[in-house]
Design a protein around this ligand. Structure first.
Ligand SMILES: Cc1cc2nc3c(=O)[nH]c(=O)nc-3n(C[C@H](O)[C@H](O)[C@H](O)COP(=O)(O)O)c2cc1C
Length: 188
């Protein structure tokens, strides 16, 4: 089996971070992986905002949901992933820009894992606080925030968070979501 599949399979959304800062080249590699994602018509309707000043970090942490506030603040790298819908028109009534964003985020998460980092995407954030705090214009939509860093120690997490972190990772079996010839007929 290819090594790439191992990386894809083993990548995980940890909740523990060490306080080791990320080297500039490491951040660059994450952004490089992000930008090489495919997007419809190669429109690349994305922006990444990195919160680095103490005030930006404060805004980021304050906007996290209560659950995410329990573990994400110690992450060394904090990013807001932003899509610009007008750069990727709707098709079939679907917000296609969201697909592009997901592709790019996954590229970054897989690259990060391969470099020994953990990157955790979060939809749990206060949309208005993020937009206001970072001066994001109305035509740009924050779709997720991400916390990244070198892994810390699961033992150092608060009990409630540690339980979540240690929960076995599971996925649906292939026949549960793959059909042959007819919607609902399992592919075996
Ligand atoms: C778009 C998106 C939003 C997510 N939001 C949160 C979140 O707000 N808080 C959280 O703890 N995990 C969040 N996650 C992480 C998922 O819970 C995690 O990916 C899933 O449980 C599978 O675990 P794994 O990434 O370790 O394979 C999010 C993941 C994605 C892709």
């Amino acid at each position: 089996m290819s090594k790439l599949l191992d990386v894809i399979r083993d990548r995980r959304s940890d909740r523990h971070f060490s306080n080791k800062p990320l080297e500039a080249e490491t951040v660059e590699a994450l952004l490089d992986a992000f930008r090489w994602a495919p997007s419809s018509n190669n429109r690349q309707p994305w922006r990444v905002l990195i919160a680095s000043s103490p005030e930006a970090v404060r805004i980021f942490d304050d906007a996290l949901s209560a659950g995410n506030k329990q573990w994400a603040p110690p992450a060394a790298l904090k990013m807001v992933i932003i899509g610009v819908p007008e750069e990727q028109p709707e098709r079939n009534g679907l917000q296609n820009f969201m697909l592009d964003m997901g592709m790019a985020m996954q590229n970054m998460m897989v690259q990060g894992y391969a470099m020994g980092l953990t990157i955790h995407a979060m939809a749990g954030f206060d949309y208005d606080k993020i937009c206001k705090g970072f001066n994001i214009p109305a035509n740009a939509k924050p779709v997720a925030v991400m916390a990244a860093g070198y892994r810390g120690r699961v033992e150092d997490l608060a009990e409630e968070v540690r339980v979540k972190d240690l929960k076995p990772r599971t996925r649906k079996a292939i026949p549960e979501f793959t059909y042959r010839d007819n919607y609902g007929t399992a592919f075996k």
